[in-house]
Design a protein around this ligand. Structure first.
Ligand SMILES: [Fe+2]
Ligand SMILES: [Fe+2]
Length: 300
């Protein structure tokens, strides 16, 4: 990669990211000991990040059930991550279809798809290793995802990618540094955080360019699609069925989580970086902004 002519900033960014991909890429099938026993009594995520932490439902759970709930919440987030990665890979491949295959920019798009292939295998292995079900999106979100992956281009494509990547990243950066939680989760988080940092850089860089190139009508439409993507991604983080794993009726769990000030603060914390970034670009405004608020990602 050294010595590649980089006449355009876009190419310079992609050249750097390709070099970084050669230096630090992981194959989770090889790097992770999937059969290692889990640590008894260890949480799967910091308990204060559970959607029910601090509620009366949480108080009513035994320590063992609380640990079990965090396990299913992690499985739910991994299922959502995997779902979104599948959407993202198809959007990047569509982007690549129209790109110059000799450009570093296009080659990095393929490199990112390769990363996401490994990530989705990693999340699938993780769900299996935890002994949890795959928490699939409900039929409506599944359909919206199908539509997004088939049609999204430009600002809405890159903004949707960033929302999913940066929200998950906030949780994983915290998890990888927390020595009290299950080592398997710390390892999965570390691999994902390292590789996602490149994806975030690529998407942020491209998004700025796409916003500049878009017209006012395209941007108005993008704001609504972006708001809906933020809403769907947030609502899918904890699948209602995860509560049933500890005997809590899904509807009761969802209602308690939505009213839970700890969980609301956690959601805003996870989205702070990306909400600020997209606001600066003028992408969190108009009717789309209401969806960000309804998702609990921004305050009033
Ligand atoms: Fe990923
Ligand atoms: Fe990614």
């Amino acid at each position: 990669m050294e010595g590649t002519p980089t006449g355009f900033p876009r190419e310079a960014v992609a050249t750097r990211l390709l070099a970084a991909s050669v230096r630090t890429s992981y194959d989770p099938v090889v790097e992770i000991d999937w059969s290692a026993p889990h640590v008894p009594g260890a949480y799967w995520m910091p308990p204060e990040r559970s959607s029910l932490y601090g509620t009366s439902l949480w108080t009513g759970l035994s320590e063992e059930q609380r640990i079990e709930l965090t396990k299913h919440e992690v499985a739910s987030a991994a299922s959502a991550g995997l779902w979104f990665e599948t959407i993202l890979m198809q959007m990047l491949i569509r982007h690549y279809y129209d790109a110059d295959p000799t450009s570093r920019h296009a080659q990095y798009a393929l490199t990112e798809v390769a990363d996401e292939c490994r990530h989705s295998i990693m999340f699938g292995r993780l769900i299996e290793a935890m002994g949890c079900p795959v928490y699939r999106a409900d039929p409506f979100d599944h359909l919206l995802g199908r539509w997004l992956k088939a049609t999204a281009t430009g600002p809405r494509m890159y903004a949707a990618i960033l929302i999913a990547e940066e929200i998950l990243d906030a949780f994983q950066r915290e998890a990888m540094a927390d020595e009290s939680i299950q080592p398997l989760i710390r390892m999965v988080s570390r691999i994902h955080v390292v590789e996602e940092a490149r994806h975030v850089r690529y998407a942020r860089d491209e998004l700025a360019r796409q916003v500049e190139a878009a017209g006012p009508v395209g941007l108005a439409y993008a704001r609504v699609v972006i708001g809906r993507a933020a809403y769907s991604i947030t609502r899918r983080l904890v699948n209602p069925r995860a509560y049933a794993a500890v005997g809590i009726p899904p509807a009761a769990g969802v209602a308690a989580a939505r009213a839970n000030p700890h969980w609301r603060a956690t959601l805003r914390w996870s989205a702070q970086r990306i909400a600020e970034h997209l606001t600066e670009l003028g992408l969190v405004a108009g009717p789309g902004r209401l969806l960000w608020r309804r998702a609990g990602l921004i305050g009033d």
